[in-house]
Design a protein. Structure first.
Length: 118
């Protein structure tokens, strides 16, 4: 499984961005996809996840502002980020959990920088 993330950038507080993550390879093995973020000096944290059946989960800090969705025809997961705050500044990573011969495995895409100015 390969993941290609895009859509980051610089935005003012209160603005919006949409991140995209395109999956390729053995995508039928994917069970869950999600977005994580890592700010400088901090640990990587969960932002939102979505299962193949469409069940979603969000970090408390983004509930009501961010929406994760998927387009199965395009093998793409999106993260719509509204009402952005400076504390949302981080590198955002896409992750896919897939079943391999060795069991469940986490695949990571390259990060995309999101910077929110005050």
């Amino acid at each position: 499984v390969q993941l290609q993330a895009s859509g980051g950038g610089l935005v003012q507080a209160g603005g919006s961005l949409r991140l995209s993550c395109v999956a390729s390879g053995y995508i039928s093995s994917i069970n869950v996809m999600g977005w994580y973020r890592q700010a400088p000096g901090k640990q990587r944290e969960l932002v939102a996840t979505i299962t193949v059946s469409g069940r979603t989960n969000y970090a408390d800090s983004v509930k009501g502002r961010f929406t994760i969705s998927q387009d199965n025809a395009k093998n793409t997961v999106y993260l719509q980020m509204n009402s952005l705050k400076p504390e949302d500044t981080a590198v955002y990573y896409c992750k896919a959990q897939a079943l391999t011969r060795a069991g469940w495995y986490d695949y990571w895409g390259q990060g995309t920088q999101v910077t929110v100015s005050s």
